[in-house]
Design a protein around this ligand. Structure first.
Ligand SMILES: [Zn+2]
Length: 281
């Protein structure tokens, strides 16, 4: 979205990038982001990033702004902007519940909310991260108990490190891809170290699922078999809406149209938004 002249996860002369997943990469003369997002993005792209800390007031052009942890992965942030006619909060990709390797999310009050809707229909109801963790460990124990090597399919950035951390806490070693290890090295610069990465790790982490399913393989994703998601499910998104108490809502990504329709039915002034649309507020 482009608000006035500022890109929010959209390329513009001055842009904000919420986190380091490639589908949120932006270009611009100056890209505002957290330090972790800058370091993680630089694994794959260049660009001049202006580091901003959570909770500190800063200015984009002459607009007051502040970042809040989004809980989606290390460094992920939502942004609050003080516009002429009120305040706006953009969530980026976000999660209400705390993951082990992401900062605990926080949501401010704002007049206008732009919220992600990746899982914006009630059909998406996820177990809590701790419940999902128990299922993950049960799966790993069962496979190892039968002499099989469990394989987990995970996104290389964010999910892989979350799963590595869970396995470390439960005493398992992992064999991860080179990319996952590179990302993990950056996590360790921010205090999240992994002592369980090994060439002959007990659990195999892979990023691309082969077409044929095997009983000792599991996809860890909100869309997969084990619903340990770094996005909020429908109910988490609703909690965020209630917390922000907006007068107007725009929904983006995934089920944006459906989520806006549901919110409208609940009495909210809600509209779906295209990823690169311009908003003049
Ligand atoms: Zn993301």
């Amino acid at each position: 979205m482009i608000i006035g002249n500022i890109g929010l996860d959209s390329s513009a002369r001055v842009a904000f990038q919420s986190h380091a997943h490639t589908d949120h990469f932006v270009s611009g003369e100056v890209i505002f982001a957290t330090k972790a997002t800058k370091f993680l993005s630089h694994l794959r792209k260049g660009g001049f990033y202006k580091e901003v800390e959570f909770g500190k007031t800063f200015y984009i052009d002459d607009l007051k702004a502040k970042l809040y942890p989004a809980g989606h992965m290390l460094g992920s942030a939502g942004i609050k902007l003080w516009l002429e006619n009120g305040t706006l909060f953009y969530t980026g990709d976000t999660k209400w519940f705390k993951l082990r390797t992401a900062e605990k999310s926080r949501f401010p009050r704002a007049d206008v909310l732009i919220i992600e809707a990746t899982f914006g229909v009630p059909h998406f109801t996820f177990p809590s991260p701790r419940e999902a963790e128990k299922k993950l460990i049960a799966f790993v124990e069962e496979a190892l108990g039968k002499g099989k090597r469990p394989t987990l399919y995970v996104n290389q950035m964010g999910k892989a490190q979350e799963v590595m951390k869970i396995l470390e806490i439960h005493g398992y070693t992992v064999k991860a891809s080179r990319e996952m290890v590179k990302v993990a090295r950056i996590y360790s610069k921010f205090g999240i170290a992994f002592g369980n990465i090994a060439e002959d790790g007990e659990v195999l982490l892979r990023s691309n699922r082969p077409p044929k399913a095997n009983p000792w393989e599991l996809t860890v994703s909100g869309f997969g078999q084990l619903k340990l998601s770094n996005h909020g499910d429908f109910w988490e998104l609703m909690r965020i809406v209630e917390k922000v108490k907006p007068e107007k809502i725009f929904t983006v990504y995934g089920y944006a149209r459906e989520f806006a329709r549901i919110l409208k039915g609940l009495g909210y002034d809600a509209h779906p938004l295209e990823r690169d649309s311009h908003l003049n507020l």
